[in-house]
Structures are given as structure tokens and as C-alpha cells.
Design a protein around this ligand. Structure first.
Ligand code: ZN
Length: 435
């Protein structure tokens, strides 16, 4: 098997290992998930106490669950948390009682449009109990008394999240963030965890200009908590992506940052444009995942979200059908390669100055002119890239500007800039902090 095939398999294997764990926004499911990630990536695990004020929110009570089931009028266990953790309303308060069917139904959640699937439902900030089950099973329930048991605890504890920093040449940071609060769901968002773990592995082997901060956090409350504890660090974040739903074989979706035309937006669109698949671009809107917090007006970080199928828009979303057969190693590996290409643009998007701007410099005497006329398409692109770079490098156009205007792939522009930089024709502009 090629190295490339192995990477997808490795990502899939991590998803398989994490899949059975019942996670939520707090609790031992999150801890054991982070411990598994830590076996291959030395993340730091942070614990923030229940009751801690984080901007307008408060870190909630910690939720843990041992068991949950419903026993029907015949004495059979008809719903069992141990068979599928989606059966319990996530963050359910404990209960141990017997209720008639009509009363039970007030606490049941189903998906009539997909009668065989179990929905994923949560109630984090309103204390209630409930079960989720297939609509087929729901309609077959008969009159009688039902014993319901949810052996859970809601008590003072902690919110847990993981963090990892790769230090680059500068303190400017690129943020990558994924949520770790969903139970047995694969695309949303175990695929994101697996992608981030593999991206860390990849970036560790590179010489990096930027520093990279990875956050493995519970959705919403996790990013709010991190931002409230790290306002100074947040100021160093120049670009970022929320990693979500990257495991299904659907086409890519990019949700722009709040400003919409940040460098991260342009880098992602450049990569997606080059791989020539159908892809969707959606404008920023203040819903979705943690980009809502990173792009809140008090921070307005340049953070977009790059996924495959758009969350909320595929039928399997937040159901038991978002399982191990919904994602593929190949799709995850392709997603990883897109993320790597985006980081490559950010790393190499520099602005240069042509030191010989009066008329075209003579490339032939520097070994850069293809005197045979260049029959190879890439060679022709490379020759054109040299000319574009020389023409536009007056200190006001970056390599990404040049790639966009010339419609030459960024990788070719990057290679041509490296060739020119190796001669006396190009020098780097002094680093200035944009805006
Ligand atoms: Zn979700």
C-alpha cells in the first residue's frame, strides 16, 4: 500500500477507536477522547471549573453517564444506551421511574422522515431527561407502563479541552479548531479530530513560518471558554479554519470568514479551484460551529470553515446514519491534502521586489529561459509564472495575488518565485504587519 493510502487508513482507524465513546460538552467521554489523541500527539489537556464565568456564559455542571434503558410492559429492555449512546438525550438529567406510554412519549425523540434512524438530540442548558429512538420502534410501542432509568450525574466538575502549539519562526499564529463533544457520530466530527491529528503530524516535519495552534474543544462553550482565557493569544491569530465534516465523499464546502475576503478565504478558494471538483462557497452567517465565536465582533478573527458536505444539509447529519460507513479513508485523506495545500499557500504567500524593474531582465543568461520553446504545458506555465512575478513584484502584490491574476496554480508560482529568488532578480520585502 502506498504511503498516501496508509494516511487515510490511519485517520479512519482513529475515528473507529473514538466512535464508541459517549462524549458531551463535559465529562469523562471528552477526557478519554483527549487521552486517546494524546497517545500519538502530546496535546495539553486543560480543565476549567464548573461555575467559571466565561464572557456572558458560565461553565456548566459536568455530565457523566453510566447506563440508561427503557423496560417495556412485557419486561423486555427495549431501548439500551449500551447498544447506541445516541439513545439518550445528551446531557439528560438522571431519572428512575415508571410511567405510562402517553407520559413516556413526552420524552421521546424520533425522525419520522427517516424512520429507521436514531436522532442525536441534546439539552445542555435546560435540565430535562429523554430518549431518542427510531420512528419505527416508536410507532410499535404498546399501551402499558414503562420503566425508565437514566443513571447519569450532573454535578460540579470541569469542562475539558485539548490544545497543542507548534512553534514556527514567528509568533503569528494559524488556528485550527475542531469540536469534540459529539457522541457516536463520525463525519460530525470525529473526522475533524482525525484530520487535525494527522495535520499536526505532517506540520511537525516542516520548517514553518507561522506557529500553529490546534484546539480540540467542546462546541460553543469550548471556544467561548478558550477565547475568554486567551484574549492575548487570540490577538496573534492571523488566519484560521474550523475543521468539521471532512470525512464524507461529498464535494467540498467553504464558509467564508466574517470579512469574506481575508487571506484564508482566498487561499482556500485558490486550492479548491485548482483541484477542479464542484465545490460550494457560502458566505459567513452567525450560526454553525465555533467560527461564530472566533468571528464575533469583539474578536473578528480571520477564520473560515472548510468541510465536505455542509453540516445540517446532509440527511445523515445528527443521526445514527452518520456512522462508520458514511465516511471513507479516501475522502478523509483528500480533505487532509486540501488543508495541507491551504497551509502551504499561507506559509509561502510572500511579497517580493523585482530588483531589475526597467524592462524585462534577460532570463536566458540566468538559465531561466526555455530556449526550446517549451512544449510541456507545465514548462509554459512556469515560464509565464516567471514573467508574471517579475512584472507584478513591485512590493504591492503577493504571490497569491499573482496566482489569482495569472490563473497559474500557486504551486507553480511558488516554484518560479524560488527560482528567481535564487538569482539576483528578486528580493523579499521587509515584513510589515498588514492592517
Ligand atoms: Zn453537530
Amino acid at each position: 500500500m502506498s504511503d498516501s493510502g496508509k494516511i487515510g487508513q490511519r485517520m479512519y482507524a482513529l475515528v473507529e477507536e473514538l466512535y464508541p465513546i459517549c462524549r458531551s460538552i463535559t465529562g469523562n467521554g471528552v477526557r478519554s477522547t483527549l487521552e486517546i489523541i494524546k497517545q500519538s500527539t502530546p496535546i495539553t489537556i486543560h480543565e476549567v471549573k464548573t461555575g467559571t464565568q466565561v464572557f456572558d456564559w458560565t461553565v456548566p455542571k459536568e455530565w457523566n453517564i453510566n447506563d440508561a434503558y427503557i423496560i417495556g410492559p412485557d419486561g423486555d429492555k427495549i431501548v439500551d444506551f449500551n447498544e447506541n449512546n445516541l439513545h439518550v438525550l445528551n446531557y439528560s438529567a438522571p431519572i428512575n421511574t415508571t410511567v405510562p406510554l402517553d407520559k413516556l412519549k413526552e420524552h421521546l425523540y424520533t425522525l419520522p422522515e427517516h424512520p429507521q434512524w436514531i436522532p442525536y438530540r441534546t439539552s445542555y442548558y435546560q435540565e430535562k431527561w429523554g430518549f431518542c429512538l427510531s420512528h419505527d420502534q416508536y410507532t410499535s410501542l404498546k399501551e402499558g407502563d414503562y420503566e425508565v432509568v437514566i443513571d447519569s450525574t450532573l454535578s460540579d466538575g470541569h469542562l475539558t479541552y485539548g490544545e497543542y502549539l507548534i512553534k514556527g519562526e514567528t509568533d503569528d499564529e494559524i488556528l485550527l479548531s475542531c469540536h469534540i463533544c459529539h457522541p457516536s457520530l463520525c463525519n460530525d466530527n470525529l473526522s475533524g479530530i482525525a484530520l487535525m491529528a494527522q495535520l499536526i503530524d505532517h506540520l511537525h516535519k516542516q520548517k514553518l513560518r507561522y506557529s500553529y495552534r490546534f484546539l480540540f474543544i467542546p462546541g460553543t462553550i469550548g471556544s467561548i471558554t478558550w477565547l475568554s482565557r486567551n484574549e492575548n493569544t487570540a490577538a496573534k491569530i492571523k488566519h484560521g479554519l474550523v475543521v468539521v465534516c471532512v470525512g464524507d465523499p461529498g464535494s467540498f464546502t467553504y464558509k467564508r470568514s466574517r470579512d469574506g475576503d481575508a487571506e484564508i478565504d482566498r487561499a482556500v478558494l485558490n486550492v479548491l479551484g485548482d483541484i477542479e471538483t464542484d465545490f460550494n462557497v457560502i458566505d459567513f452567517y452567525p450560526y454553525g460551529y465555533d467560527e461564530r465565536q472566533y468571528c464575533s465582533p469583539g474578536f473578528n478573527l480571520k477564520v473560515g470553515s472548510l468541510s465536505r458536505s455542509t453540516h445540517g444539509c446532509f440527511p445523515e447529519y445528527h443521526t445514527s446514519a452518520d456512522n462508520l460507513s458514511f465516511i471513507t479513508p479516501d475522502a478523509m485523506e483528500e480533505s487532509l491534502s486540501v488543508y495541507i495545500s491551504v497551509m502551504d499557500i499561507l506559509e509561502n504567500n510572500k511579497t517580493y521586489i523585482n530588483t531589475s524593474p526597467k524592462c524585462e531582465p534577460q532570463l536566458g543568461k540566468r538559465g531561466l529561459y526555455d530556449s526550446t520553446g517549451g512544449t510541456h504545458t507545465n514548462d509554459k506555465n512556469f515560464q509565464m509564472a516567471l514573467l508574471w512575478i517579475l512584472n507584478l513584484s513591485d512590493g504591492s502584490y503577493s504571490l497569491l495575488d499573482i496566482a489569482e491574476r495569472s490563473q497559474i496554480p500557486f504551486s507553480t508560482i511558488k516554484a518560479a518565485a524560488a527560482a528567481l529568488y535564487g538569482t539576483d532578480l528578486l528580493k523579499e520585502t521587509p515584513v510589515t504587519d498588514p492592517k
